[in-house]
Design a protein around this ligand. Sequence first.
Ligand SMILES: [Zn+2]
Length: 232
Amino acid sequence: MNRYKHIQQAAYDGNMQLPKLGLVIFTFGNVSAADHDLKVFAIKPSGVYYKDLSPEKMVVVDFDGNVMEGSLRYSSDTKTHAVLYKHCPGMGGIVHTHSTYATAWAPALRDITNYGTTHDDHTTYDIPCAAPMNDEMIAGDYEHETGFQILNCLKEKDLSYKEIEMILVGNHAPFAWGKTVEKAVYNAAVLEELAKMAFLTEQINPGSARLKQSLIKKHYERKHGDGSYYGQ
Ligand SMILES: [Zn+2]
């Protein structure tokens, strides 16, 4: 009996959403699903096309990056996922893509500005862009350090991973996460849409201002506050 079946299935389902949502091409991207009681996660194998994936092909790894189950080589970003799960007990799923618009902001080294209420409905914060790694980190255990690049950025901005569930890794691409894999995939798709909208806003009017505080508060509370009234 495979005790990791539930996370392999969840990781598979999450991965299969990426091409459907237009967030990846070819073998780009990866999704993982964690079980924090067992301290393991299942992740996409490296370099396998989405159409060739199956739940059994998801590689199960512990939070230190040791393979527990699976015969394929794990995604090259696995150590980044491991670092994040190890430090963030509330993360149930992580998604990494090179979706076009979100990825375009990463080498620009800019946070994605909260320009409008669509952004605000999801997060009141600008989406942070983590500073690029120094040469020492790049030369070291690169994927492991990417995890710390993310954690350090959140720390510097005084944000918890529960307050903001998406980030840009400077010079690289986005990561998104959530309590569940479904939420992490949703956040990755939302991030791409917000990056696109913010880009277009700046093209239409390079002098566009950040959303004003009264609207930020109103829109966020509509969905998330004590008296929220959005949805069923
Ligand atoms: Zn990448």
